[in-house]
Design a protein around this ligand. Sequence first.
Ligand SMILES: Nc1nc2c(ncn2[C@@H]2O[C@H](COP(=O)(O)OP(=O)(O)OP(=O)(O)O)[C@@H](O)[C@H]2O)c(=O)[nH]1
Length: 660
Amino acid sequence: MPQPIDMKRFEQLKAASELPSPRGVAIAIIRLAQSPDVSMGELGRVIKGDPAFVGRLIKAANGVVGENGRSVVSVQDALMVLGLPAVRAMALGFSLLSNYRKGACAAFDYARFWTSSVLMALSMQALARRLRVIPADDAFSVGLLARIGELALATIYPADFGLVLRKVAASPDARQLDLEQAAFALTHCELGAAMLSDWGIPAQLYNPVRFFEMPEYAGFAEGSREAGLMQCLVLSRAIAQLCLAPESEHARLIVPMLRLSSRLGLERGEFVMLCERVGRDWGEWAKLLQLDGGRLPTFTALVAEEETVPAVLAAEGETRQGAGATPAPLPAMPLAGTAQGAPADEPMRLLVVGVTGAERALVCEALDPSEFVVLEEPDCSLAVDRVIDLQPQLMVLNWGCEHCGQTFIQALRSARFGRSIYVLGLLDRDDEGLLLEATAAGVDDVLVRPLQRNAVTVRLRAGRRTLGLQRQLEYEREELRHFAAELSISNRRLAEAAMTDPLTGLPNRRYAMDRMEMEWAACKRHDRPLSVMVVDLDNFKVVNDLHGHDIGDMVLRQLADALRKVLRAQDVVCRTGGDEFLVICPDSDLPQAIACAERLRAAADELRVETGGPELDVSVSVGVATYDPSLTTMAELIKLADRAAFLAKGQGRNRVVASQ
Ligand SMILES: Nc1nc2c(ncn2[C@@H]2O[C@H](COP(=O)(O)OP(=O)(O)OP(=O)(O)O)[C@@H](O)[C@H]2O)c(=O)[nH]1
């Protein structure tokens, strides 16, 4: 088990300014975002000082909202969507990316490091959106910074870390972490986690970072958030690795990746869509971050191939490749019923092994060339090689010869691709014992010497028909998987819609009550303050009566935007009634909540509602209440705020009243 980092040593490295650290505007953003009282306006102004960061922040916020949400176009909206902790972490990540594109460690590929980190960030974001292990914005930053320890080692020890990397490249069995431990008495995992901790990233996020490259040592409780996050990191790393690997490596990498994704409960079609989404996002991010945005593999095709390339035979293929004897494999077969053509219309690949002379001629005559393409290998000892190279759908083989007997069939049937090949065994004589032996071993049907042309035609047609049905079933199963994935996405969209007020885009009453329950529980459990406000438009009925409902709607929409803009990041404003809003302020005592309520009141007061005609003035009355131990339910707390809002109305409106 690797030792945790010696904190004295870490402090020394920090003091010597050797560790990668953010620079420029990012430092101001990080500092400001740390202050609980910072207003969104103030933070927004500082962020605008770094136009590159503005673009990245808005892009990240749109990633969090997802393809179905209202798109984010302004810094203010991005801040609302992301919240302060995520903005801090992003300022950090992007600043490092901008300032550490090059460095002194010649063996460390800085560009590849950042490309892989951004791919991890996008994969983490996509996984978090689906699995809800952590918020998608946190996931992005964790992914981006997960391997920061490597950059740190390359920065502090360029020569020695270069040596470690060269050793790993020279002997793939060497574990990088062991070599790091030996060379520096620390590993990049430990160092990275210590840096994240030092930057204020919470422990539930940096602990999984510490262990995701050696999950066997993690010891997180099964089903815990940390275990889930760690698995997401492992999978994100696998996605990034596959994206950057040469094509020849894809088949090897896809299998463990699919296994990981299914362990996380991702259905295959859904996972493929998720990866395709990462690919689409990657193109845009690469441009934005000026990274080399080479084309990523198409996951749909890769997974389809994986379903046809056998693990066992592929492994044998690798060995042969090592010997330098493998011709290039044929492209994988299209799936039945796909755009490439239904199987019934396509000629199928028939491999004839060890059948020569007159028998070979008879087989060729017996089949219709529009139904079969004949591939031949006269030498039975090369049967395995040809199966891998040519990927036939049917085979005729000389049953009982040294290379085409039980061992061969068993190897064939133990591989996924081999399992579905329709095999006709050619028997020397009509012998029941032989027939039983061949079919028990895994042969589908037999032909008996002397060969009869019609018998060959009939057997091959039966094989073709069986394969056609089999492929049709596969296609239908695939369609069902896609359908299930789409259904689950629609369900999630519906769930989101059910929590949103369509007029203002704010969370609705249902969301407000769910969220209140969460905050109420957290406040009681951790003894943290919690305040709520009821914000009620003044004399709204008059607006409706005088100007009509449509103008009334405009008032509600513009007021909602104005309230959202002046809120602090941790607060949530929800539309809970016609002209009533509930603001939930976690971690806020009464004076803090009153200050915030006053900001909301002033924002409404300053708002001039544009209607296309005359501008309208509005005001709100705000009631504030704070949790105290005498309250036993959250409904009581909301009621107190409601009563305070009522008092504010009674005292002349456009004011804040706090419940005592
Ligand atoms: N345009 C519009 N009006 C709405 C909507 N929902 C509720 N209302 C109107 O909001 C008004 C609320 O009026 P009241 O409850 O009397 O309150 P008020 O006029 O704001 O008066 P005070 O709260 O006492 O200041 C009613 O006229 C409702 O018809 C909506 O979605 N759009």
